[in-house]
Ligand binder design. Structure first.
Ligand SMILES: NC(=O)C1=CN([C@@H]2O[C@H](COP(=O)(O)OP(=O)(O)OC[C@H]3O[C@@H](n4cnc5c(N)ncnc54)[C@H](OP(=O)(O)O)[C@@H]3O)[C@@H](O)[C@H]2O)C=CC1
Ligand SMILES: O=C(O)C1=NCCCC1
Length: 352
């Protein structure tokens, strides 16, 4: 064995597209839900043990997560598959090592708060095949999970085609996740208005300026920088909240028409559900990426969880068409495994 190949960040970025990442994340969500429902008619075999958390110091602001996963018998679509092998089933054994250092944004120059590498193993021999930079994969796959959740939980309640329904999107928190969520929403849906809020107002303004200059967005919405999270969420159809806040940034009474509303709550870590008020959870139909992870990580979660996003994709469960839906995202190792495999396949295609 000659040792693992290293795929650096620049190489990974060359092949990241929304189609590739969305498809791989959707496969992971489906596989995890099939496994937890024990659905033998579906081909998947998944092992996704709880991630471990190592605290680097005396406070929980510097964390190292180990995120292992095996996803067997899944398919990559053409976007992420190497040539004719696109139709073959895949089995991927991977482990992501990811750090969450909240203070990194204050460094000069700032560093990402979340940084990752993904180890890809040979699923037949257990040997390590590759190490792949996982920081962009983490960023993109988290936004892709919100895109997939929005597609099934929000758009699933209407008969119209997704491309025809205009939506107003609020982004609460304009850090790395806020930015990628803004880009993802405008790249996948017909966003007519984007409402940005960030605790440090200049950062929301900077993101607005950056988004206005982007030429590759499928939809170029009106972009409004708001003075409060309440102002941002009031008229939104879809809300994406991604901060480190331990305190709720908006309450149920701040929301407009709850019948036409979906929330992606992305901020995770020690207080995964701190940034959204309890009454918002109580008035929502709540979905997660993994029920097994939720049992372990969402201690004291204020409501019953309706199911996994994958249950809805697999048509095992249909949300009430009139309810407000909320996707509590925690992040899954199986998403990283499927996206890393898709990236590797796409890189093999462009290299050959
Ligand atoms: N679910 C998942 O799969 C994943 C979840 N995450 C989570 O997403 C969240 C954001 O991560 P990321 O964007 O990478 O981090 P960044 O450091 O890039 O951004 C952090 C954001 O949170 C805001 N913020 C921090 N503290 C507070 C507070 N007390 N009140 C209001 N806003 C606050 C910051 O505002 P300001 O500019 O004012 O400092 C900034 O907008 C984190 O909780 C992270 O753990 C990340 C990756 C995957
Ligand atoms: O899923 C991930 O990756 C992460 N989730 C929570 C915060 C750190 C990274």
């Amino acid at each position: 064995m000659s040792g693992p190949i290293y795929y650096g960040a620049e190489l990974v970025r060359r092949v990241l597209t929304w189609q590739l990442v969305n498809d791989a994340v959707e496969e992971a969500l489906k596989a995890v839900a099939a496994q937890s429902r024990n659905a033998p008619q579906l081909p998947y075999v998944v092992s996704q043990p709880m991630r471990s958390v190592t605290i680097a110091g005396t406070e929980r602001s510097q964390l190292l997560f180990t995120m292992p996963a095996y996803v067997g018998n899944y398919r990559l679509t053409a976007a992420g598959a190497a040539g004719d092998a696109g139709n073959a089933t895949r089995s991927t054994l991977a482990c992501k090592l990811v750090t969450s250092f909240r203070g990194n944004q204050e460094l000069q120059p700032p560093l990402p708060s979340i940084a990752a590498n993904i180890l890809l193993f040979n699923a037949g021999t257990g040997e390590i095949d590759a190490i792949m930079s996982g920081t962009d994969i983490t960023t993109w796959r988290t936004a892709a999970a919100s895109v997939v959740a929005t597609k099934y939980l929000y758009f699933g309640r209407f008969n119209a085609a997704i491309s025809e329904l205009p939506i107003k999107v609020a982004i609460i928190g304009c850090g790395t996740q806020g930015e990628i969520h803004a880009v993802a929403m405008c790249s996948n849906f017909k966003v007519e208005q984007l409402l940005l809020y960030n605790r440090t107002a200049t950062r929301a303004q900077q993101l607005a300026d950056k988004l206005r200059k982007m030429t590759n967005l499928q939809h170029t919405p009106e972009i409004i920088v708001c003075n409060s999270a309440r102002d941002a969420v009031r008229d939104a159809n879809v809300i994406c909240v991604a901060t480190f806040s331990r305190e709720p940034l908006f309450n149920a009474c701040d929301l407009g028409s709850k019948r036409g509303l979906h929330i992606n709550a992305v901020g995770a870590g020690e207080v995964a559900f701190g940034e959204v008020a309890t009454d918002v959870y109580q008035q929502s139909e709540v979905f997660v990426d993994s029920l097994a992870n939720a049992e372990h990580e969402l201690k004291g979660f204020p409501v019953c969880i309706a199911g996994e996003v994958g249950n809805v994709i697999n048509k095992d469960y249909k949300p009430e068409p009139t309810s407000m839906t909320l996707f509590q995202s925690m992040g899954m190792a199986s998403e990283d495994a499927c996206v890393a495999e898709a990236v590797r396949s796409a890189l093999l295609t462009i290299d050959s």
